[in-house]
Design a protein around this ligand. Structure first.
Ligand code: HAM
Length: 417
């Protein structure tokens, strides 16, 4: 197929059911956002590359292999956003939202939109994908961590997504430094047996090895020192308090001391919600944690959920059929179009109106039935309409100008009459 008819690899069209599911997911997110006091923010899809290079980590997979970078006319390096948090933190900085005052920190923001990563496409993993992001910029405290986790939990419950929450603490800088001092020598002993990916990580970012999916690496890691044993007293206290509040709220979790996340900005609490429906490489439907930017002047905790993955998981049964379809005799076409326009502009109708333009009246009726229309409105007699419905033989005849009466008939629940 010629390029002009093909999608770019890994960038797909979301057709009917999938687009409806996307809308259901987004509406649920907006409703939960409202209840928790989060406001929407929209940042550009394109940022200067340095916005991401600096914050995501020079050695992270995203920065080393997955960014869509390009130069503009003036040779400036730009990037299609691979994630939202760095751009939102940049927006806070460039709009002077640090400090106190209205629309200032603490800030509760959400963003919904497309992200771009040059990954190997497969089910649940795309090069253009959609994320929901919730970010709570505030001073660190266990209560705010639980607030953001409970927001994720209640959102997933709302869309009836099975819930499987894993949590961990990466501790503060001191905890991680102490841990690395033990982990690196241990892993160096097995260096030759580790996968190539993990060998590379050992040099650049050893903690990321904990995220491996390689069975042999996992075997080696099973006897490795555990991060949890290296938390500083402050981090241990913070983590314990977080877990107590989660328990008080009845939010079930599993502790996973190997949970590290793929971006460098995280510290203290990290969490992921998993699924068993998408294969081990893309089993995280929602992930996040606490972070800080700009030399700890911007602190926050947040998460992002992959809308494409949620689309695969939630079920949906189509129920948006026409309330009524209008069929007409050719010489009454204008009257039919005027009637449809009036009905569509009424605020009183609980459903949508279709009009069938092509074919003789029999063909139009067949098409209206195929669309599963509840009512068929016949415009086949001057000045009059006849309304038939699927459930009984009543066929009221009404003056075409009497829109109120037509609406009354369409709003009657005929199954109960
Ligand atoms: P992330 O783990 O890179 O975190 O992505 C979050 C979610 O986006 C993943 O769990 C997954 O559901 C979805 N996702 C990621 N890559 C793809 C892809 N190629 N195709 C489909 N879905 C994908 C972040 O992006 C952080 N910014 C989350 C965060 C917000 N942390 C703090 N605040």
């Amino acid at each position: 197929m010629s390029e002009s008819y093909r999608n770019v690899r890994g960038m797909r069209d979301l057709l009917n059911k999938d687009s409806i599911k996307k809308q259901i997911i987004e509406s649920a997110a907006r409703e939960v956002a409202l209840r928790y006091g989060f406001e929407e923010i929209n940042t550009p899809v394109v940022e200067y590359s340095s916005v991401f290079n600096k914050t995501l980590g020079e050695s992270s997979d995203i920065v080393t292999k997955e960014m869509y970078n390009f130069e503009d006319e003036k040779g400036r390096s730009l990037t299609l956003r691979p994630e939202a948090t760095a751009g939102i933190a940049r927006a806070i900085h460039s709009n002077g939202l640090l400090g106190l005052g209205e629309y200032r920190i603490p800030l509760k923001l959400f963003l919904i939109g497309p992200m771009f990563r040059y990954e190997r496409p497969q089910k649940g993993r795309y090069r253009q994908f959609y994320q929901l992001n919730f970010e709570f910029f505030c001073d660190p405290c266990p209560e705010s961590d639980v607030e953001i986790i409970s927001l994720a939990y209640n959102f997933l419950k709302k869309i009836e997504c099975p819930i499987n929450l894993k949590i961990n603490s990466l501790g503060d800088n001191k905890s991680r430094d102490n841990y690395k001092k033990e982990l690196i020598p241990y892993l160096n002993k097995y260096k030759k047996e580790l996968s190539t990916d993990s060998q590379n990580r050992l040099e650049k970012n050893p903690l990321r090895i904990l995220d491996t999916k390689n069975n042999n690496d996992l075997d080696i890691l099973s006897k490795a020192p555990k991060m949890i044993d290296f938390l500083s007293n402050e981090s241990k206290k913070y983590y314990n308090e977080t877990k107590i509040i989660l328990k008080n709220l009845g939010i079930k979790y599993e502790e996973d001391t190997n949970l590290v996340r793929g971006l460098d900005y995280y510290k203290e609490t990290v969490f992921e919600f998993k699924t068993d429906k998408l294969g081990i490489q893309q089993d995280t439907i929602l992930g996040g944690g606490r972070y800080s930017f700009e030399k700890e002047t911007i602190n926050g905790i947040g998460w992002a959920a992959g809308i494409d993955r949620l689309i695969e998981i939630i079920s949906y049964t189509k129920n948006n059929y026409p309330l009524a379809s209008v069929v007409f005799n050719e010489e009454l076409k204008n009257e039919a179009i005027v009637l449809v326009n009036k009905l569509r502009n009424s605020n009183e109708l609980n459903g949508y109106i279709e009009i069938i333009y092509k074919g003789n009246i029999e063909k139009k009726i067949k098409k209206a039935s195929k669309l599963n229309s509840k009512f068929i409105i016949f415009v086949d007699e001057k000045q009059k309409v006849k309304i038939s419905n699927k459930l009984n033989n009543k066929k009221p005849i009404i003056d075409i100008k009497n829109t109120d009466e037509i609406i009354k008939v369409l709003n009657v629940n005929w199954s109960k009459t």
